[in-house]
Structure formats: structure tokens, C-alpha cells
Design a binder for this molecule. Structure first.
Ligand code: NAP
Ligand code: ZN
Length: 349
């Protein structure tokens, strides 16, 4: 019999979130039940509920930056024990057999990895995310959260952390590399911290000057406001790698021209609108335009261990269950510094 638990629920694409409930399946032999303690708010939660990426099954509980303690393990679980500090990110299952899964890149599963919310699960139900008091997940999709990472700051690493770590690793950010980050939000501020820790020279491209002091404190070497047209003249042909974390459409050509010869811009931002690129912008300096989707489970564990080792954690604002609608409004206004985390204890009372 499924268990009914408290959760923050989106009733539709247009109505406010409310505190309601969601069902969780019984713990199967390979499952882990996690008592959720903290849940991050990702802009993807908002895109999804708003229907930016297509129609959804409502009511829907979102949240894919989940941290808590193991409360129960199935009979065949070998990796986790009750009490372990663990996390769950954007994925809760995949086929396990295709070339991508075999390579540890479950996010590119050829049958389609199962997302933490809004996806069709193996039992035919729709997955429900982490704005809730517990979750049941097969152990292969559960991460260990090192003790060195402050508990209330760990959740955003499960999406914002891995989504920026993965392309920075794939495109070899490191000493001697000039990396720019467009958009200083949840993903962007993690990109700055991680690229800095990898040894790259980091530039932040934010719309206005308002986040300059923060960016430099977070580890950026340089900061430019994209509202100033002079920025695009000064920085032309400068960067080896640009991570675009903006949640809205931007002028891609203008930003791509900031890439040096052979440079790559990786789009991790996922705006609802299409964006166009002039072929000549790429041709002129053998530039590449790429995308990157979160990261696999093994790489997510590697990222968590990297963050623990380098003392990296997001800057968070703690919010409560009854304030989530306000928190979403502030994310949409780019007003969060730099990731909201829901105190799930406030959902239990
Ligand atoms: P966020 O915290 O809202 O940050 C987005 C940043 O984009 C803002 O802080 C702002 O930076 C900039 N921005 C917002 N609106 C803009 C506009 N109209 N024009 C120019 N810049 C604008 O969002 P997030 O949680 O980091 O997510 C960012 C995007 O990544 C979302 O689209 C999300 O869905 C996507 N995402 C993708 C993946 C993936 O696997 N690829 C994973 C997670 C999230 P400034 O104030 O500095 O200008
Ligand atoms: Zn996310």
C-alpha cells in the first residue's frame, strides 16, 4: 500500500502551490526510503510547472535537489544503511542497458532516463519530486553526501552543482583556460565556484553591475555587465569555454563572438523559446555551440566528493514550506542569492 505523505503540490500550470500530499510506493528489495531534510529550488521546477517545456500531469510535486537521511532499506540494498546522509538529483532510474547507461551517463539513456518528477515510472505512475517529507528511490540512484558539506547547503549540488561540473570537466576547464559564465543564478554561481576550484580564469557575464561584489567573492577573476555594449567589444575572441546558464533566450551571436578560436559555448540554460545562431559566427573562429544535461550518477558522486575536498558549497537562502510561492517569484525576478533551499521540517508540522 502506498504511503500518503505531506508535500508541496502544484495543482496546475497557473495556480499557486499549496501544502497537500503525495503518495510514495512501498520500499522494494532494492529501494531506499529517505526522510527528506532539505530540498533546493531549481528554475527547472518553475519551467516544468509553468508548462514552459510542454504539458504536465497535475497535480505535480517538483524538486530534484534532495538531501536527507536513509530511513529504511530494502532487503537487497547493499550500498546504504539507515541513518546515512544521502541525496537524490534529477534522475531516479534508467534502462541500465544501453551504451549511455553502460558508460555511466544515465542522463543520456537511450530509452529515456526517468526524471525525479513528472516522468512515467517503471510501474506506470508519474514520479513526484522532493518538495515532500520523504522519497523512495532505487539505491543505484542515491548519492552519498560527504559530512564536510554543510547539510543545509548540500541539496543544490544535486542539480546546480552537477549541471555545471559536468561540462566544465568535459570541456577541460582548468589552469590556463579562460572560462566565462553567463547568468549569476543558481547554476551560474556554482559554475563560478567549481571552475575557480578547477584552476580556470573565470569571468562572470551578468546583466547589470549589481552582482559584481558577490561574483568576485565567489571566485570570479573578472566581471562584466552585458547591458553595457562595450563589454562585447572588450571581450571579443576571449574565451576558451562559455557556460550559458541563463533561463531566458539571449542574443547567442553576440555572446558566441566572445569565444576565442576553437572555443565552445555550452548551453545549460533551457529557455522555452528557440534561439538562433548565424553560421558565420561559428565559422569565423571555428567555434562550437553545445549543450549539456545534468550528469550521470558516478559523476554526481565525483562532484560531491570534489566539493567536499575543495570546501565548495552553494550560497543558500533557507525558506519554509509556506513561503515557496514567494521564493519562486524571487527566482523569476533573479533576486535569489543564490539558491533557495526549503526547510522540509516546516512541512512536517
Ligand atoms: P536562476 O537561478 O533563475 O538563474 C538564471 C540566471 O539567468 C539569473 O540569475 C540571471 O542572471 C539570468 N537571467 C534570467 N533572466 C534573464 C533574461 N531575461 N535575460 C538575461 N539573463 C537572464 O536559474 P537556475 O536554476 O540557475 O537555472 C538556469 C537555467 O538552467 C534554467 O533554464 C534551468 O531550467 C536550466 N537548467 C538546465 C539543466 C541542464 O541539465 N542543462 C539543469 C538545471 C537547470 P543575472 O542576474 O546574473 O543576469
Ligand atoms: Zn535543476
Amino acid at each position: 500500500m502506498p504511503t500518503v505523505i505531506p508535500a508541496i503540490v502544484a495543482p496546475s500550470a497557473t495556480e499557486a502551490l499549496f501544502t497537500g500530499s503525495v503518495e510514495r510506493r512501498d520500499v522494494g528489495p532494492k529501494d531506499v526510503r529517505i526522510d527528506i531534510r532539505w530540498a533546493g529550488i531549481c528554475h527547472s521546477d518553475i519551467h516544468t510547472v509553468n508548462g514552459d517545456w510542454g504539458p504536465q500531469h497535475y497535480p505535480l510535486t517538483v524538486g530534484h535537489e534532495i538531501v536527507g537521511a536513509v530511513a529504511e532499506v530494502g532487503s537487497d540494498v547493499t550500498k546504504f544503511a539507515v541513518g546515512n546522509r544521502v541525496g537524490v538529483g534529477c534522475l531516479v532510474n534508467s534502462c541500465g542497458e544501453c551504451a549511455s547507461c553502460a558508460a555511466g551517463e544515465e542522463q543520456y539513456c537511450e530509452s529515456g532516463a526517468i526524471g525525479t518528477y513528472g516522468a512515467k515510472d517503471v510501474d506506470g505512475t508519474i514520479t513526484q519530486g522532493g518538495y515532500a517529507t520523504s522519497v523512495v528511490v532505487t539505491e543505484d540512484f542515491v548519492l552519498r553526501v560527504p559530512e564536510a558539506i554543510p547539510y543545509e547547503k548540500a541539496a543544490p549540488l544535486l542539480c546546480a552543482g552537477i549541471t555545471t561540473y559536468s561540462p566544465l570537466r568535459h570541456w577541460n576547464a582548468g589552469p590556463g583556460k579562460k572560462v566565462a559564465v553567463i547568468g549569476l543564478g543558481g547554476l551560474g554561481h556554482m559554475a563560478v565556484k567549481i571552475a575557480h576550484a578547477m584552476g580556470a580564469e573565470v569571468t562572470v557575464l551578468s546583466r547589470s553591475d549589481s552582482k559584481r561584489d558577490d561574483a568576485l567573492r565567489l571566485g570570479a577573476d573578472h566581471y562584466f555587465a552585458t547591458q553595457d555594449p562595450e563589454t562585447f567589444r572588450t571581450l571579443r575572441n576571449s574565451f576558451d569555454l562559455i557556460i550559458n546558464s541563463v533561463s531566458a533566450a539571449i542574443d547567442l551571436d553576440a555572446h558566441l563572438r566572445l569565444l576565442a578560436l576553437n572555443g565552445t559555448m555550452v548551453n545549460v540554460g533551457a529557455p522555452p523559446e528557440a534561439m538562433s545562431v548565424r553560421a558565420g559566427t561559428l565559422i569565423g573562429r571555428r567555434r562550437s555551440f553545445a549543450g549539456s544535461n545534468i550528469g550521470g550518477i558516478a559523476e554526481t558522486q565525483e562532484m560531491l566528493d570534489f566539493c567536499a575536498e575543495h570546501g565548495i558549497a552553494p550560497e543558500v537562502e533557507i525558506t519554509s514550506a509556506d513561503q515557496v510561492n514567494d521564493a519562486w517569484a524571487r527566482v523569476l525576478a533573479s533576486d535569489v542569492r543564490y539558491r533557495f533551499v526549503i526547510d522540509i521540517e516546516t512541512l512536517k508540522v
